[in-house]
Design a binder for this molecule. Sequence first.
Ligand code: HGY
Ligand code: MN
Ligand code: MN
Length: 416
Amino acid sequence: MLFKSLNLSIDADRLLGRIRELGQIGRDDDSALTRLAASEADKAGRNALVDWMKDAGLEIAVDRIGNVFGIWRGSDNGDHAPILVGSHIDTVINAGIYDGCYGVLAGVEVIETLRSAGFVPSRPIAVAAFTNEEGVRYAPDMMGSLVFAGGLSVEEALATVGTDGTLLGAELERIGYAGAEEPGFLQPHAYVELHIEQGPVLEREGIPIGAVENLQGISWQRVTIEGVANHAGTTPMAMRHDAGHAAARVMTFLRDRVSGSNAPTVATVGCINFEPNAINVIPSRATFTVDLRDPDEMRLKNEETALADYLIELASAEGVSISVEQLARFEPVIFDNTIVELVEQAAKQRGLSSKRMTSGAGHDAQMIARICPAAMIFVPSAHGISHNPREYTSGPELVNGANILLDVVGKLAGLD
Ligand code: HGY
Ligand code: MN
Ligand code: MN
């Protein structure tokens, strides 16, 4: 398939300015950026995005799980399935400004560039900002795109209780983004997500474009260990049922096991809480999360089984009881090779090298791939850092990625 670039380029100042501007929304007194799903900060970010979508002349639609869409129907193609681009604008705690936001704002920019160049697409083009991709406040992550793809009922999602005890549905109502459209009201012809790599590979190899061909599986669990509170000073070590110590043993078990294998499996304990959380009381309860990931479903299953077996052994060794709640479970996804090839061809046309790669992070594309051909485009992350205020990608690298998105969308929208 001969790939002729559109010889267009996005408006770099407009895109980079919006990324910076959105990156200022949700900063606290210490200037840390946190825009958790359905929070006041998320509301402010969504409002800014909707304004930019309107400036681009897009039709705005919001579905019942709060996914925001900007749609360009063109003129004579209302009944064709649209090309969909997008990502998310919710963030983790103390986040960087590029994760998710870059893909959404580049999507608006691509449509704006195509429109002002006078192109009429052979099918509508839409850009989405999916609700709660991060899953920090409400689990699972990629929730908005999962509901949109039919993997979770909207009623169940709206009934999710957050880490702060709030109800997602009530919070979406409160911030004015409990939309009317049924999730899935728009069935995409294809989906392309532009995102920062959030890892070290592209920077280390000096490659500007990642053509993402697959994405690893994700398993999120919450583990609760019930021990016995007792006096830190008077209780002999052999008599303790220390939930805190048991939790620590799980963390070292995971680290030793995963680091000891030469598989790409990764394991993270990101949240932990002790009760009663007092300096001189042996913890009666430890609650923590386990994030396991692997590009291979069988290996991921094996890691889950190894952890489950270890917890049984640990419970009897420490005289504690252990319960586990599954918070998220997504299988690895293979993306659409035709779109991956378009990414590679677009890069080549622009004289940019590219590399096929696996995504270590979860993305909305993982969910949308369930309902249409999907793929992703990566650009480098400085020092491979993400989910951290030091997250950074240079302007020229961001512009490269947006221009590749422009070319791929133009191709998919039938513009040679
Ligand atoms: O967890 C992830 O990989 C994504 O950032 N939600
Ligand atoms: Mn992301
Ligand atoms: Mn993220």
